[in-house]
Ligand binder design. Structure first.
Ligand code: NAG
Ligand code: NAG
Ligand code: NAG
Ligand code: NAG
Ligand code: NAG
Ligand code: NAG
Length: 280
């Protein structure tokens, strides 16, 4: 009897020791200062084979949310890239009453500020890694809307984006899309099809619209990957695993096709030069 207890005790102890906490599975990054912003950076920026960095937009709960940080840590570790998340709200978190909330969001989260911040971060990333560094954007909730805007109005900086349970994603916000986006929605988000997908199919060029993807996690609630993630809930954990897999697959697919386009254009250019040379 006593021996059995002891065995259980030892077994229990060793399982405790070997399985680390969910928030401690992946290596952590550090907060650095970029102009007037704090930026969390994690992962190896020197992976020249990929030559890729990812900017993450936090949700309305801001920069200090463990679930959102862990998303960055995991993506950096599994995909072997540098992932950075800026404190777009500059130390603010959301106020608790609705009228204040709307005014606050217009102040801290407006596009003129965010687009300036994005230029700053992109410049810093290319200066500290390589000038040819390609950059993708990923955002949650409020940040999911910023992804649509960045892939519309800052398509010179970013080659693709992933919008995860994006908020306020209207038809208007996607009608100037210039880069392919993976849209991920929860079951209680406004449906992505038909409205969003139809507008994109009608207005974006066929290469962009053909590469956009739409995924809905019907059994999940808004926020399930960032501040609303519940790591004690097995279904939620399974959905997050699936999101990570989708994100990596999508980024690889778009990376491949955008680099083949580049080499294709280079080839055409070379051919043209060659023809030009012959004619002279
Ligand atoms: C992980 O969570 C535990 C329990 O909430 C906390 O004590 C610990 O500091 C966290 N670790 C990190 C690296 O955030
Ligand atoms: C985030 O955490 C840091 C360090 O713990 C703290 O100084 C800062 O005030 C926090 N910011 C917010 C918005 O909670
Ligand atoms: C946008 O944000 C900046 C910086 O927070 C602020 O100065 C500006 O007034 C905001 N614009 C609007 C329209 O709220
Ligand atoms: C993006 O650019 C388009 C066209 O220049 C403009 O109509 C639209 O208002 C811009 N969107 C934002 C969010 O600034
Ligand atoms: C989709 O478009 C229809 C027709 O314009 C509109 O009635 C409906 O509210 C829209 N749905 C969403 C989720 O935006
Ligand atoms: C998280 O999920 C667990 C298991 O389903 C549940 O017992 C708990 O209430 C959930 N926590 C929150 C904050 O929803």
């Amino acid at each position: 009897m006593h021996v059995l207890c002891l065995v259980f005790l030892i077994l229990g102890f060793s399982t405790c020791q070997s399985s680390s906490l969910w928030n401690e599975t992946y290596p952590k990054g550090e907060v650095v200062r970029v102009e007037d912003m704090n930026v969390y950076t994690v992962g190896n920026k020197a992976n020249s084979a990929k030559d890729l960095s990812i900017i993450v937009f936090h949700d309305i709960y801001g920069f200090n949310i463990t679930q959102t940080r862990v998303f960055c840590d995991r993506l950096a570790a599994e995909y072997e890239v540098q992932v950075v998340m800026a404190d777009f709200y500059r130390g603010n978190t959301l106020p608790t009453t609705v009228p204040h909330f709307i005014a606050w969001l217009a102040q801290v989260g407006n596009w003129s500020q965010v687009s300036t911040d994005l230029r700053t971060i992109a410049t810093w990333l290319r200066k500290t890694s390589s000038p040819s560094r390609r950059i993708a954007v990923i955002g949650f909730c409020w940040g999911g809307l910023q992804v649509a805007r960045a892939c519309s109005n800052l398509s010179d900086l970013f080659f693709t984006g992933v919008s995860i349970h994006g908020a306020w994603l209207t038809e208007d916000e996607v009608k100037n899309l210039q880069r392919p986006v993976l849209f991920i929605a929860a079951g209680d988000d406004p449906p992505l099809r038909p409205n969003i997908s139809t507008v994109i199919e009608q207005s974006a060029n066929s290469q962009v619209s053909g590469q956009c993807q739409y995924e809905t996690y019907a059994n999940m609630k808004h926020g399930f990957v960032s501040a609303g993630a519940n790591y004690s809930n097995l279904e939620n954990v399974a959905a997050i695993n699936q999101v990570h897999e989708s994100v990596r697959t999508f980024l690889s697919k778009i990376s491949k096709s955008s680099s083949s386009i580049t080499s294709y254009s280079a080839c055409i250019l070379l051919c043209l030069l060659f023809v030009f040379d012959l004619c002279q």
